[in-house]
Design a protein around this ligand. Sequence first.
Ligand code: PLP
Length: 287
Amino acid sequence: MSRIAYVNGRYVPHADAAVHVEDRGYQFADGVYEVVLVYDGAMVDELPHLDRLDRSLGELRIAQPMTRPALRSVMRELLRRNRIRTGLIYMQVTRGVARRDHPFPKNAEPALVMTAKRIALPAAAAIENGVKVISIRDIRWERCDIKTVALLPNVLGKQQAREAGAHEAWQVDDAGCVTEGTSTNAWIVTKDGELITRSANQSILNGITRLSLLRLAEQEGLRFVERSFTLEEAKQAREAFISSATAFVTPVTQIDDAVIGNGKAGSVGLGLRRAYLDYAAGAGRTA
Ligand code: PLP
């Protein structure tokens, strides 16, 4: 079955899905995006993702490409046409097509593209063994809270991780504190069992999975605090993990050369992963 994409009002074969060369997303990275998990036939945290899309658009003063009900119906139609049960929806809104010039164009219409694809869930063994992350300097701008398509530092960081045989790179600010991964939020569990993730300000993307995990941690009665932690503290932690819409909770068992805990996934992370998957199969779904 061939894949179908949505491009500015039309459903087209994925191979033919294209935007104009003067789309400002292409020329200036002048656009935002969202990734929504599809789990067992339903979207997870759909409305919080759409709220964050609205916020990102608002921060960049890009107009909404369509009403929310219209957007939600395109999302469903795309899933139906691509017969996705477990996968993701990627949507991107740019300021539109205009003659290349830095200021906002007067008459451009925002451009919306959407794709959907299947993803395979990681094998249980991979989760049990955890993944390796490396540390890199955070060289990004001061509005990492906006989910823009300007991802070059993230691309370079992820590539550096791959070349080092690692799964992710944790970015470290000038104070020596971990901000986040290149496409995930960063978490640790201290030796005395406290769950920690950086508080959400302009230095990180406030992950929708992060927010759901904080709610689940509260429901499970876990001790947690939102605060910065240094790379050194992370290396001494009992557990570490990353979160995102597609990674859920993925345990981290090595940071640079430091083995975390006993080198296997820890119980807090595994417990939160289970709780998140239950949530994705239940309360977090929208039809
Ligand atoms: N941080 C960054 C830089 C990201 O790109 C992402 C996801 O793409 C996340 C965190 C996790 O966000 P979410 O849980 O909404 O997928």
